[in-house]
Design a protein around this ligand. Structure first.
Ligand SMILES: *Cc1c(COP(=O)(O)O)cnc(C)c1O
Length: 450
């Protein structure tokens, strides 16, 4: 047995893999990854796979990025970790300041955890506790979009509306309510994406008008509902939702775990909205909470955080401990992860990444349009910044797995969601890599439809 085969056997015996029916590995072998290099993952046979999904949407600047590596190594020899209750340290302070500045000081308070689902739960808990501290203990329900995804812990499942992830655990979950998605694909004849957004916002208004006394917060993935299958919608929805939440005194939580950190074309997806939004208060036009994770550490280390406003922070500031926000996570503000995040923000600033990504996104869009725009099986080719997707008509059963396996044979890592093929590459792909990615996808599509 080769050492790679032995590794696979040991993995199947001892490691329970995520989001996986383990029995499927009887026919679809695990891929043993030996090292990473920019946008490439290299397996035990030396085969190079272009990481077209940024390793589950986390990687921003390539694998083994020299600048992030150096930052983590320097931090490692200084302070690996210290508890954050009663203590503080430079990396967590500097990161909080940098993020506050990126919101124009509108969301100037950062609370840390390690995974996205915990960030969701922190925002939900903070919202309910805010209303309790403000004398409205009845506001304890949550509203989210149909098809929304906010993580898979039992608390986060309350606002995650993806049946495969929720159904088996439904008895454990205190499910919130959902409102219709502004999915631009549902536009009727003569309707624009903005029309769909206004229709969905009218449904949101009806729900808020009826139930605002019990609703603490509305949580939404801005512009792109990722796990639903890269469902894209018009920013008009967020503009209207912001105003409605203000009118009905309901918090708005922007879950930017996937769409933040430049994915949408701006650092925060909400910036597409904030420029033109109108509202009152400190954070006019901005959400009350922003959740970040995934890309914030460059895809290196588990790190998540919730940003919020002075208004929310002040509601907890008191002599009483029971009015304090209570969430105790051992690794809160881990210095190594914060240092990786600071190195990531440095790259954004030094390399003018958002500008460069405008060109990169156009190259990706043009290449996809040329290859798939007139493909007979392709529907709804769409793009928001560095996220692109299309749906496959009349896809055979098991399409996603077949496409994934075929992609590996053609040197690309792409993992469709149901019948939706999507592209979310790291921000280091050049023209040649984009061509490789799109050609690999076309070959995989032929194989999977065969
Ligand atoms: C991935 C994701 C989460 C959950 O993050 P984990 O770190 O996997 O718990 C939450 N919300 C959105 C929008 C996501 O894409």
């Amino acid at each position: 047995m080769s050492s790679a085969d032995a590794l696979l056997a040991r993995s199947l015996a001892a490691v329970w893999h995520p989001c996986t029916q383990m029995k499927q590995h009887e026919t679809l072998p695990l891929v043993p990854i030996m090292r990473g290099e920019g946008p490439w993952l290299i397996d035990a046979d030396g085969r190079r796979l272009l990481d077209g999904v940024s390793s589950w949407w986390v990687n921003l600047f390539g694998h083994c990025n020299p600048r992030i590596n150096a930052a983590i190594k320097a931090q490692l020899d200084t302070l690996e970790h210290a508890m954050l209750a009663g203590f503080t340290h430079e990396p967590v302070v500097a990161l909080s300041e940098r993020l506050a500045a990126l919101t124009g000081q509108r969301l100037g308070h950062a609370f840390y955890a390690s995974d996205g689902a915990s960030a969701t739960e922190i925002a939900l808990k903070m919202s309910v506790h805010y209303w309790r501290n403000r004398g409205e203990p009845g506001k304890t329900r949550f509203l989210s979009l149909a098809g929304g995804y906010h993580g898979e812990t039992v608390g986060a499942l309350a606002v995650t509306d993806v049946a495969i992830f929720r159904d088996a655990y439904a008895p454990l979950v205190r499910a919130g309510s959902t409102v219709p998605t502004p999915d631009a694909r549902t536009a009727g004849a003569g309707e624009t994406a903005a029309d769909v957004a206004r229709r969905a916002a009218a449904a949101l208004e009806a729900e808020l008008a009826a139930h605002h006394a019990e609703i603490a917060a509305f949580i939404v993935e801005p512009l792109v509902q990722g796990a639903a299958g890269m469902v894209m919608y018009d920013p008009e929805y967020l503009r209207l939702a912001r105003a409605l939440c203000e009118r009905y005194r309901v918090h708005l939580i922007a879950d930017e775990i996937a769409v933040g950190c430049g994915r949408s074309g701006r650092f925060f997806a909400w910036e597409h909205v904030a420029d033109t939004a109108q509202g009152a208060g400190d954070a006019a036009g901005w959400p009350d909470f922003i959740c970040l994770s995934k890309g914030i550490s460059g895809g290196y280390l588990p790190l998540s955080l919730v940003l919020t406003t002075d208004e929310v922070y002040r509601a907890f500031y008191d002599d009483s401990s029971s009015r304090a926000f209570l969430h105790s996570h051992s690794y809160t503000g881990n210095p190594l992860a914060c240092r990786a995040a600071l190195a990531t923000l440095d790259i954004f600033a030094e390399d003018e990444v958002l500008e460069a990504n405008r060109v990169r996104a156009r190259l990706l869009g043009d290449a996809l349009q040329a290859r798939f725009g007139a493909h007979p099986a392709v529907r709804h080719l769409r793009q928001t910044g560095m996220i692109a997707a299309f749906d496959v008509a009349a896809a055979p059963a098991g399409f996603a797995r077949r496409f994934f396996a075929a992609g590996l044979a053609h040197g690309v890592l792409l993992r469709p969601i149901g019948d939706t093929v999507y592209f979310m590459p790291p921000y280091v792909v050049g023209e040649a890599e984009i061509a490789h990615l799109v050609a690999g996808a076309a070959a995989a599509l032929d194989d999977a439809l065969d």
